[in-house]
Design a binder for this molecule. Structure first.
Ligand SMILES: *[C@@H]1O[C@H](CO)[C@@H](O)[C@H](O)[C@H]1NC(C)=O
Ligand SMILES: *[C@@H]1O[C@H](CO)[C@@H](O)[C@H](O)[C@H]1NC(C)=O
Length: 426
C-alpha cells in the first residue's frame, strides 16, 4: 500500500508507455486483444447502429437532491455527435490555476486550437452548457469524491476550472485525498488516488515489476471515508492493462503478462470485473441502513488514441473529431466499457431495495472515442519542438487537454445530478 503522502498522481503515460513497448517487443504470449488495442485505429469498419439501452437512459440522482423533485423525460446523453461551437470553453490555461502542467496544452505550445470549438450534441436532446452555479447549488453542503486513476484527476481538474469561473475555491489539507472547499456553498470536492479501486501496489521501476492486486479487498484509503461522501465518481481501467499478479482470498489467482512467473495468464477483463464488483458491493454494504443516501457514478472507460509509435511526432495529432461511424471503437475499449456497464446494472439490482442509493454509468467511452484531437500528444511537455523536431518525443494520447473534450463529461455529470424541475424556484 502506498502511504498517504504519496497521493501525488502517478503519470500513467510514463508508466504505461514504456511497458507498452515492452509488451509489444518482448512478449509473444500477449493476448491478441491487447495488440489490437494498439492498432485499432487502423480499422475502418463503420460503427454498428447504436441502440438505446435501458442503462443509457438515466434518471436523476434523487437521493442527493430533494425528494420533491421528479425526473423529467429521460434523455440518452451518450449517443450523439460533436458539432461546431463558436463560443469555446468557459476557462483557459491562464485563467485556471489547477490544471496539471502536462495537460495544459495551450500553455505548452499547442497552436491548433480548433479542438476547443466543439460541443457534444446528444441525438435526442440538448446538452446545456456547463453552468457552475447550478452545479454548486447541487453540491451545497455535500462532498463529492472522485476515486480512481489519473483520468479521475483529469476530470476533477476540468470540474475545478469550470467551477472556479463562478466561485472561489481553497485547497484544504486532508490525509488520504486532495481536497478543495467552496466556502460559499460549504461544498467539498476530493480526489482519491486508487488506480485499481481495490487494494494493490502499482508496478514501478524500483519494483514490484508487476502490479499486485487484491481483487476481493477494497482500498481502505478511500473506503474508510465513504461515510462522509454524498456522491462518488469512479474512474478505473487503464492500470489493468499493465502486467499484474492478481490475488483473491490472499492466494494468487493468476496474472497478466507476468513473464518469468509460474502463474496462469488470466487476462485483464475478469480482474477488472471483480475489482469493480468488490468496490460497488463494498460501497453498498457500507451505506446499508445509514439512511443518508449516496450517489455512485461509474465513469466508463476513457479510450486512448495512439497511432503508430508512441514516441514519434504526430502520434495523436488529429485536428478534428471523427464523424459518427468514421472509425470503429476499439475492441478493448468496447469490452472495458461493456464490463463496467454490466457491473453497474448488477449493482443497481442489488441496491434497488436500499433507499437513497443511486447508481449510474457516466458512459463517456463512445463520445470520447470520437475525439482523437483532444489529447495533449507531444504537448504534454512544454514547447516540445522548441529546438526543432526531435527524433523521439513522448506523447500522451491517454489523458485530455484542459480545456478540452473532457469538459463535456462534466456537462453530462450535472445533468445526471440535476433534479428535474417540478419546483420552478430551483
Ligand atoms: C483566458 O481567460 C481570461 C479570463 O476569462 C481572459 O481574460 C483571457 O483573455 C483568456 N486568455 C486567452 C488566451 O484566451
Ligand atoms: C457542510 O457540509 C458537510 C458535508 O460536506 C456537512 O456534513 C455539514 O453538515 C455541512 N455544514 C452545514 C453547516 O450545513
Amino acid at each position: 500500500m502506498r502511504g498517504a503522502n504519496s497521493i501525488k498522481d502517478q503519470s500513467l503515460t510514463k508508466k504505461l508507455l514504456p511497458c507498452t513497448l515492452h509488451i509489444l517487443l518482448l512478449i509473444p504470449l500477449l493476448p491478441i486483444v491487447l495488440l489490437s488495442f494498439y492498432f485499432y485505429s487502423l480499422s475502418l469498419a463503420p460503427s454498428p447502429p447504436t441502440k438505446l439501452s435501458p442503462s443509457a437512459v438515466h434518471s436523476c440522482f434523487c437521493n442527493i437532491a430533494d425528494k420533491d423533485y421528479v425526473s423529467d423525460t429521460p434523455c440518452d446523453y451518450f449517443n450523439g455527435r460533436w458539432v461546431r461551437d463558436k463560443r469555446g470553453p468557459l476557462y483557459n490555461g491562464t485563467s485556471c490555476s489547477t490544471i496539471k502542467e502536462s495537460q495544459n496544452c495551450i500553455i505548452n505550445g499547442r497552436h491548433d486550437t480548433s479542438y476547443l470549438y466543439w460541443r457534444w450534441k446528444p441525438s435526442q436532446c440538448h446538452l446545456l452548457r456547463f453552468d457552475p452555479n447550478t452545479f454548486l447549488q447541487l453540491i451545497t453542503n455535500k462532498h463529492v469524491a472522485f476515486i480512481g486513476d489519473s483520468l479521475a484527476r483529469n476530470q476533477i481538474e476540468s470540474l475545478l476550472c469550470l467551477l472556479a469561473t463562478a466561485s472561489a475555491l481553497k485547497r484544504v489539507h486532508h490525509k488520504g485525498s486532495r481536497r478543495w472547499h467552496f466556502a460559499a456553498h460549504n461544498a467539498s470536492l476530493s480526489l482519491y488516488w486508487s488506480p485499481f479501486l481495490v487494494q494493490g501496489v502499482q508496478r514501478s521501476s524500483t519494483g514490484p515489476l508487476h502490479n499486485i492486486l487484491h481483487l476481493d479487498r477494497v482500498n481502505e484509503k478511500w473506503a474508510r471515508d465513504v461515510d462522509q461522501m454524498d456522491l462518488i465518481v469512479l474512474s478505473v481501467g487503464n492500470w489493468f492493462l499493465v502486467p499484474s499478479v492478481y490475488y483473491e482470498g490472499g492466494k494468487v489467482l493468476g496474472c497478466l503478462n507476468c513473464d518469468g512467473l509460474e502463474y496462469t495468464d488470466i487476462g485483464f477483463y475478469g480482474p477488472l470485473r471483480k475489482a469493480l464488483r468488490t468496490t460497488l458491493n463494498s460501497i453498498i454494504e457500507k451505506k446499508v441502513g445509514k439512511g443518508n443516501g449516496i450517489g455512485v457514478i461509474v465513469r466508463t472507460f476513457s479510450p486512448s488514441h495512439f497511432e503508430g509509435d508512441w514516441d514519434k511526432e504526430g502520434t495523436c495529432s488529429k485536428s478534428r473529431p471523427y464523424r459518427k461511424g468514421e472509425m470503429k471503437l476499439g475492441e478493448v475499449d468496447e469490452e472495458m466499457r461493456r464490463i463496467e456497464m454490466e457491473e453497474v446494472e448488477k449493482a443497481k439490482a442489488k441496491a434497488k431495495q436500499l433507499g437513497g442509493f443511486s447508481l449510474e454509468a457516466l458512459d463517456v467511452t463512445k463520445l470520447s472515442w470520437l475525439r482523437p484531437d483532444g489529447h495533449p500528444g507531444a504537448y504534454m511537455n512544454h514547447f516540445p519542438f522548441a529546438n526543432g523536431i526531435s527524433k523521439r518525443v513522448q506523447n500522451d494520447c491517454v489523458h485530455w487537454c484542459l480545456p478540452g473534450p473532457i469538459d463535456s463529461w462534466n456537462e453530462i455529470l450535472v445533468e445526471m445530478m440535476k433534479p428535474r424541475v417540478k419546483n420552478p424556484t430551483f
